[in-house]
Design a protein around this ligand. Structure first.
Ligand SMILES: Nc1nc2c(c(=O)[nH]1)N=C([C@H](O)[C@@H](O)CO)CN2
Length: 121
């Protein structure tokens, strides 16, 4: 399977378990690896056969901006489900980090991989 990727997408959101986190917006950093067959696009040189990374980035940005989850696990899961359904992906890997959550660290977060229902393991 080929991959279309987006690196270092930064979006501000309300996320966290602590009271102070519920009152602010903090930066979320997202890397996306999205499974796709790139051959039809390469053979035709036509955008309609691509997984359009600009559309995928906008979809995720809008969703994250308007989200209010407590856990990074929940937000990552919801992003994966959104991309699998709306962009019709067979597979997605979502890496989601909070750069300023833990002092002394560069970033903390989660990495998940999800398959669309019916896609082979
Ligand atoms: N596995 C997780 N651990 C923690 C989370 C989380 O979402 N998943 N969240 C927090 C706090 O919100 C933290 O980011 C504030 O510094 C702590 N641990």
């Amino acid at each position: 399977m080929d991959i279309v990727y987006i690196r270092d997408l930064r979006v501000d959101a309300c996320i966290g378990i602590y009271d102070w986190e519920r009152k602010i917006r903090q930066q979320i950093r997202i890397d996306l690896d999205m499974g796709w067959d790139n051959r039809p696009a390469a053979e035709t040189d036509d955008i309609q056969y691509t997984l359009n990374y600009k559309e995928a980035a906008k979809l995720v940005e809008t969703f994250v901006m308007n989200s209010e989850f407590q856990l990074v696990e929940t937000l990552a899961e919801q992003i994966a489900a959104l991309l699998l359904s709306d962009m019709k992906l067979p597979w997605v890997k979502v890496s989601l980090g909070k750069p300023v959550a833990v002092s002394g660290s560069q970033e903390v977060g989660v990495i998940i991989e999800r398959l669309a229902k019916g896609s082979a393991e």
